[in-house]
Design a protein around this ligand. Structure first.
Ligand SMILES: *[C@@H]1O[C@H](CO)[C@@H](O)[C@H](O)[C@H]1NC(C)=O
Length: 481
């Protein structure tokens, strides 16, 4: 229901610089040479151009020029790069986004594609393009149009340094967290960095995965959408609490999100039906105005809605279900009303939710998830337990750019999970990229989990059979481990 908009990556975060020193060797060892241990730069004008051209008008380029003319279709420049071994590299792109912020695709060896964000700049800038796992021998790296209208000067590849040990907080942010939540958090910490939990949005789709692969996902995510008062008024009857309890009772882990239908101000037109009322374009509900005082009628409605959801979360607490709780998801995307007025109202609403649910309602079964990547949107360490991202990119890749971005955001003190993905990640790639997501949850239905373009039966089987991927049968007893 949400992943309609591809929520992709912002590649602008600087990755840990990965320059390795010159290898040292003892006198009796033969000298070792590692031709790609150091950073290597490749000029775009020396690449293979397809629909693009070389230019020199923008001063400050390196080499003899730069590549421009990314303006239609699959216009691209291809770099051919050797690697002596199969190895992970940090990619840096020297770019001038002189026409405003842009996005590009980076395609490795004609296959895996990632999206990189270029912030607007009057001049040349070095932008992280994430990491690339080069194969031994010759590789191609394409920079492909996407939004286009940027200038590419060069790329630099530097071998990635191994990830240092995580330093995850020992305690949940809520000091009154109950035994169920504490046990779940201890279990999550114990597997982080070593395994990934399989996960699925919707119980029905999780059971479908079980039928297809023989293994049921460890995590099931459900949506409290239909308990939103502005939907209930129109006749919806939520069933997701019962579904969550079913999965919990079979030893599974439960995650909950909430497509919060705006409390009021739904357009309810042919184009924007009442049931799409969580979308910014389906309501004129103004979250900033509503939060501007605690006495206005719309603030009262926000609290009414939170209280209605608290009733449902309380049912889970009473049933002994700890909840990976992910409110206000994808706020920074702006396509949901809670993110439509920018970072400040979204963070303020998160604070209201946290206070109301923990302190007022005494919900101590919640593990608090945040779901935006950017620093400006982060509510802060005091109210967030786990950082998450929603990533919709085909190819079953490791989503390492977003993972690294969340490592930076939480300074490696917070667990990190892929709360929504279109394509389940392949375990070999997760391990090669050291993208140590704690779990992945594939979005449901015919668009994603049941769509072979996103998740082929072969890839699903590989994933669910992998030793690295934990399934429901393999996590039994987590409460006491
Ligand atoms: C509450 O929100 C609705 C919908 O946006 C709006 O029409 C109304 O004026 C708001 N009420 C107050 C008191 O601001």
């Amino acid at each position: 229901m949400t992943g309609m908009l591809s929520y992709l990556l912002y590649g602008a975060v600087a990755l840990a610089a990965g320059v390795r020193g010159v290898p040292t060797c003892s006198p009796q060892d033969p000298p070792t040479t590692d031709p790609d241990a150091e950073a290597r730069t490749f000029e775009a004008e020396d690449g293979t151009l397809s629909g693009t051209t070389i230019d020199t008008a923008q001063a400050g380029y390196t080499g003899t020029g730069y590549v421009t003319g990314f303006d239609e279709g699959d216009d691209k420049v291809t770099f051919t790069v050797d690697s002596t071994t199969t190895r992970l590299y940090d990619l840096n792109i020297r770019v001038a986004a002189i026409y405003g912020e842009k996005r590009t695709y980076v395609v490795l060896n004609g296959g895996a594609s990632s999206e990189v964000y270029f912030p607007a700049s009057d001049d040349w800038a070095d932008i992280s393009g994430g990491q690339l796992l080069l194969s031994e021998g010759s590789n191609t790296i394409d920079i492909v149009n996407n939004w286009g209208w940027y200038l590419i000067d060069s790329i630099t590849l530097t071998p990635s340094t191994p990830r240092p040990p995580h330093e995850i907080n020992a305690e949940l942010v809520n000091p009154a967290a109950n035994a169920d939540a504490t046990a779940l958090y201890a279990y999550l910490r114990s597997i982080y960095g070593n395994k990934i939990l399989s996960g699925q949005q919707e119980l029905s789709d999780a059971n479908w995965v079980g039928e297809q692969t023989g293994k049921i996902p460890a995590v099931v995510s459900v949506d409290l959408m239909d308990y939103s008062p502005s939907r209930v008024e129109r006749g919806t009857v939520g069933t997701s609490v019962e579904e969550a309890i079913v999965h919990s009772e079979r030893g599974g882990i439960v995650s909950v999100l909430w497509h919060w239908n705006a409390p009021t101000g739904l357009y309810d037109t042919e184009e924007h039906k009442w049931w799409s009322g969580f979308y910014t374009d389906a309501t004129d509900f103004d979250v900033e105005a509503a939060l501007s005082s605690t006495t206005n009628a719309n603030h009262t409605l926000l609290i009414r809605d939170i209280d209605a959801i608290a009733v449902q979360l309380k049912r889970l607490q009473d049933a002994g279900v700890p909840v990976l709780w992910r409110p206000l998801h994808e706020a920074e995307g702006g396509w949901f009303w809670w993110g439509a007025k920018g970072a400040e109202p979204a963070k303020k609403l998160y604070a209201v939710l946290y206070e109301r649910l923990t302190e007022y309602h005494g919900l101590n079964n919640l593990i608090w998830l945040w779901n935006s990547l950017l620093e400006e949107w982060y509510p802060g360490d005091a109210t967030v337990d786990i950082l998450t991202a929603d990533v919709y990119v085909q190819g079953n890749g490791p989503m390492s750019t977003q993972y690294n971005q969340l490592i930076e955001l939480g300074q490696d003190k917070k667990l990190i999970a892929a709360a929504e993905v279109g394509a389940a990640p392949l375990p070999d790639l997760l391990q090669a990229y050291e993208a140590q997501w704690l779990w992945f949850t594939v979005w449901g239905g015919d668009s994603y989990i049941r769509n072979p373009d996103w998740n082929s039966p072969e890839n699903l089987q590989t994933i669910y059979d992998s030793e690295y991927v934990l399934t429901l049968d393999e996590i039994q007893g987590w409460r006491s481990s």
